[in-house]
Design a protein. Structure first.
Length: 449
């Protein structure tokens, strides 16, 4: 009924415009100006075009088409053309998303996106089949069980990768610098225990946050209680590891930031209209107040991870160490469409760090750039970047600032380094040396000197 009323009203408006302009006289030799085009007219014309094409496909395609699947694909195509993070979810996909954000599902354990027709890995999740198999950020998945991914949607590919615990799946990986290779994985229940911690030397607490799901804030609170029991209320320092954390729920990012801040802004979001502004503030008492804090990030740190790193960096609470983050500075809303109709995931806002900067397509630049492996300038020049800015249809940064060029790191592993994690080693050393208490300005002065 609503569509019919809208269409009738539009027809009335068009009729009035036609009669009005027909009754007017214009000087000889001058063309009458074209009537202003009502944007609704163009929209309805495009909908009519779509309906005509859909009807022709129904009638004339060589075999009968699955009408529901064709319609869902058309809707999804419209949304994915907007940006890489907007999409349509059919009812099954929507249920899967709800399961995933609750923290447990059957599958491989990877955060993925779609690029150039292939599934591209943003980051593997800790202690999952994908992480144990050595899947890396930036890997392309080109085949699943011998079947090419080209032509599938991201949702279709994700469905194929999920499954019951104990079942096998073979994926073909395309990785820069090596020939394509196959990996056989055994699906498992992906229990996203998103927060873990351990005691390091000299009473330093290491906290790992691997994703931001519905339980992340609660699990961090449990970790804090454990640190209080085993180390005490004032550890010598804290490392907050957000590397390869592909993001998650905005609310949980705010909760995590709140643990380390005494009031003040964590993040703001700006929607399409000037009035669509929301500011999220820290509200709880800061735990481990004045305890030196280092945050570890890398190219797999995205979205909610960048909110936390950006807030702690801007507020001068933490020293951010590692490599430039992914650069996803947008917020998606999941909008249910009613019973058995699925939902849409739609980009509805950009987010900004407390200083007002947008990291969209730029990422968070660390205070000290430390690479996990040793690089020469020649090797640096050959690196193929993988970030938000490289995704098809990615939103531009509205500030006009261009992404920083790759540069040689401030620090990298020495020749012959035999440790497991140079970035973490250096974070611990910075805390032991008292350098994590220095302001970013002081760190920059040290580098300049």
């Amino acid at each position: 009924m609503r569509s019919l009323l809208t269409g009738t009203a539009l027809g009335g408006v068009l009729g009035a415009l036609t009669v009005g302009f027909a009754a007017m006289a214009w000087p000889q030799g001058q063309d009458a100006p074209a009537p202003p085009e009502d944007p609704r007219v163009a929209t309805y014309q495009q909908i009519e075009l779509f309906a005509e094409i859909f009807a022709r496909a129904q009638r004339d395609y060589v075999v009968p088409i699955d009408e529901r699947e064709a319609m869902e694909s058309a809707i999804n195509g419209m949304l994915t053309s907007l940006d890489p993070h907007s999409s349509y979810m059919d009812p099954e996909d929507f249920r899967s998303l709800q399961v995933q954000t609750s923290g447990e599902y059957g599958g491989l354990g990877i955060e993925v996106t779609m690029e150039d027709g292939f599934v591209k890995v943003i980051s593997p999740i800790d202690d999952t089949p994908a992480e144990r198999a050595g899947i890396q950020p930036g890997d392309y998945i080109t085949e699943i069980n011998g079947q090419p991914i080209i032509g599938q949607t991201l949702n279709d590919a994700v469905k194929e990768m999920r499954g019951e615990k104990g079942t096998e799946i073979e994926i073909t990986i395309l990785r820069e610098g090596v020939d394509p290779f196959q990996v056989t994985l055994v699906r498992d229940v992906v229990q996203q225990k998103s927060v873990t911690w351990k005691k390091e030397a000299n009473d330093i607490a290491y906290i790992r946050v691997s994703t931001f799901n519905e339980r992340t804030g609660t699990l961090l609170e449990e970790a804090v209680e454990g640190i209080n029991r085993e180390i005490g209320a004032r550890p010598k320092g804290i490392v907050l590891d957000l590397r390869n954390n592909g993001g998650g729920l905005l609310d949980e990012a705010v909760k995590v930031s709140d643990f380390f801040l005494s009031g003040g802004e964590v993040v703001s979001t700006q929607g399409r209209r000037p009035i669509d502004v929301e500011r999220r503030n820290a509200t709880k008492a800061e735990v481990f107040k004045d305890v030196p804090l280092v945050v570890l990030i890398n190219g797999g740190s995205a979205s909610a991870s960048e909110i936390v790193a950006g807030a702690l960096q801007d507020r001068g609470r933490a020293l951010v160490v590692g490599t430039t983050s992914f650069g996803k500075g947008s917020v998606q809303s999941v909008i249910p469409l009613g019973a058995d109709r699925g939902a849409i995931r739609l980009t509805t806002a950009r987010y900004y760090t407390p200083s007002g900067r947008s990291i969209q397509a730029l990422g968070i630049e660390p205070d000290i750039m430390i690479t996990p492996v040793r690089l020469t300038e020649e090797e640096l020049a050959k690196i193929q970047r993988f970030s938000e800015a490289d995704l098809p249809h990615a939103l531009a940064n509205e500030s006009g600032i261009e992404r920083a060029k790759l540069r040689m790191p401030d620090e990298q592993p020495p020749e012959g380094f035999e440790g497991e994690d140079f970035q973490l080693d250096r974070a611990l050393q910075l805390l032991q040396e008292g350098r994590a208490s220095a302001s970013r300005l002081a760190m920059q002065e040290d580098k300049a000197g």
